[in-house]
Design a protein around this ligand. Structure first.
Ligand code: GLC
Length: 549
């Protein structure tokens, strides 16, 4: 297989920018597009191939911008369309491609079409764009079915009709401010096709498609008395009626045809929390290009589990001719430098409060650095989340009264949610917000020690996490390892003792998740996850190396 420019996405390293928290050019405490543009050199220097921008569209921010009020504009907090064009131009000049977020499952309750639906009567064409239903029980007081919102509580909210009477209910798999579109209505397809073309015409290189596996619901919206957390598995062989229904694939095929009309290739990446064999059906040759590997993201620091998921992921994707992607962190889960600082399983999205057990920071970072060499040493494409290159921990000490994740309120203050991975980035050791912007009053407060993780602090320090990422990305690119084929060096059983060892292209990757040192194969070590990774030919626990064969 050749990996020319046309196939860039097969081996790409794609860096996620969360616009609210990357860099603040106008000093209002919230990140913005001009801030991103000014700091893009950091991403280029890191060696990434592309950025993925989380939503920057007009939004009341009920769910950090994943409640989109207008798909074809920029929220004034983040700038305007000119700023988006400037960002694209700067990125392209630096050799970075730009992927934007498409949110097709739901919009904001402030979207014009939803406002019109609310003002229109039951049974109207305006309401048919969403899932409006009469309630159950006497007086229609009960939700139409038993579905749970992903942010807890019922997935239905009752509206008040124009005449002031309690009325129909509408479906929202997420917050009540995020009504689900009805993809059984052709006009919804047209809306999104227009949006795709709008951004493609402006020059974006692709779309990360938010909860794309939820857009089509099972006919009749049958009850489903099971909550969904993490990767969605079938129950008794049946997929839940709101996830991974067959109808999604025709939508993706139509989008793919649109993207293929453009010079490119422009890419589609599926956000779908599905097991590898189900996610692989979305990346068949005429559908999307990539799907996030959430099975991989969900893994503990454990060689046997990693090996099994690497095998099932590669097998599932190779069978359909798609690259496998790898990811450790994003804006929805506890940062992996903290996740790996706990022994035992961790709830990915639940968050940590100041009174909860705290992670072991040193251990978490040590394992995170090894996990990075594991991930970047696998063939395929990898996603990075802003700040992981700094070894940033989850902020586990946020005061509860600053929390913004809707799940915190929806859960009656039981689930803290995802704010801890969304705290604004530190760029310099000091300054009002460690170089994030001119205001010290950032939308989520930064901890006092954040400056020690700053980009400027780590630059040039060969032992820093940032320089490890830079070196790994540079070697990954020059060696061609991401286009290689994975071959395990040892029998499967060695993984039970914590040993992972494989070759891809000219590189051998060895990692040790166990508690005792392991012997390394011969060859020149080109990268070590931590300075003390190797002593007398033995690889220390919680460490990894890359060796040139
Ligand atoms: C995706 C996003 C997440 C958001 C949800 C609803 O999972 O990554 O941040 O809350 O969709 O849009």
């Amino acid at each position: 297989m050749t990996h020319d420019d046309h196939e860039w996405w097969r081996t790409a390293v794609i860096y996620q920018v969360y616009p609210r928290s990357f860099a603040d050019a106008d000093g209002d405490g919230t990140g913005d597009l001009r801030g991103i543009t000014a700091r893009l050199e950091h991403v280029a220097d890191l060696g990434a191939d592309a950025i993925w921008l989380s939503p920057f569209y007009p939004s009341p921010q009920a769910d950090g911008g994943y409640d989109v009020a207008d798909y074809r504009d920029v929220d004034p907090r983040y700038g305007d369309l000119q700023d988006a064009d400037d960002l694209l131009e700067r990125a392209h000049t630096l050799g970075l491609r730009v992927v934007v977020d498409l949110v097709p499952n739901h919009c904001s309750d402030q979207h014009t079409l939803f406002r019109r639906a609310l003002a229109a009567p039951p049974g109207s064409p305006e309401r048919a764009l969403f899932h409006f239903r009469d309630g159950g029980g006497p007086g229609g007081d009960e939700p139409p079915n038993d579905w749970e919102s992903m942010f807890q509580g019922p997935a239905w909210t009752r509206v008040t009709e124009a005449d002031g009477t309690p009325g129909q209910w509408y479906l929202h798999l997420f917050a009540p401010e995020q009504p689900d579109w009805n993809w059984d209505d052709r006009r919804v397809h047209d809306e999104f096709e227009t949006t795709l073309r709008f951004w493609l015409d402006r020059g974006v290189d692709g779309f990360r498609v938010d909860v794309c596996d939820a857009i089509v619901k099972a006919p009749g919206l049958p009850d489903w008395p099971h909550a969904t957390h993490g990767v969605v598995e079938p129950v008794d062989g049946v997929m839940p009626p709101m996830w991974d229904q067959e109808g999604i694939h025709d939508v993706f095929r139509a989008w793919r045809r649109i993207l293929d009309e453009y010079e490119g290739p422009r890419i589609l990446c599926a956000e779908a929390w599905l097991p590898p064999e189900r996610a692989a059906r979305i990346v068949r040759p005429d559908e999307m290009h990539q799907a996030f590997n959430f099975a991989y993201l969900s893994l503990p620091w454990d060689a046997a589990a990693i090996r099994d998921t690497v095998d099932t992921s590669l097998a599932a994707n190779t069978a359909v001719g798609a690259p496998t992607t790898w990811v450790l962190s994003n804006h929805d889960v506890m940062r992996h430098a903290s996740r790996f600082g706990y022994d035992g399983p961790v709830e990915l999205e639940s968050g940590v409060g100041v009174d909860d057990p705290q992670p072991d920071r040193a251990l978490g970072l040590r394992r995170a650095r090894a996990a990075t060499l594991v991930m970047l040493g696998l063939p395929g494409s990898a996603y990075l989340y802003q700040g992981e290159e700094l070894g940033l921990p989850e902020v586990t000490t946020l005061p509860d009264d600053v929390r913004q994740d809707p799940v915190w309120e929806r859960s009656g203050h039981r689930t803290r949610g995802r704010d801890g991975c969304r705290v604004p980035l530190p760029w310099t050791a000091d300054g009002p917000s460690f170089g994030f912007g001119a205001s010290a009053d950032t939308w989520l407060p930064q901890p006092e020690d954040f400056g020690t993780f700053a980009v400027a602090e780590q630059t040039g320090d060969p032992a820093s996490t940032l320089e490890l990422y830079r070196a790994a990305l540079a070697f990954r690119a020059s060696s061609g390892l991401a286009a290689g084929e994975l071959r395990w060096l040892e029998e499967r059983g060695t993984a039970d003792a914590g040993l992972l060892a494989w070759t891809t292209g000219p590189v051998t990757v060895v990692a040790n998740t166990g508690t005792a040192p392991v012997a390394l194969p011969a060859g020149t070590i080109v990268l070590r996850s931590v300075p003390d990774a190797v002593t007398e030919g033995m690889l220390a626990p919680d460490a990894a190396v890359w060796i040139r064969a």
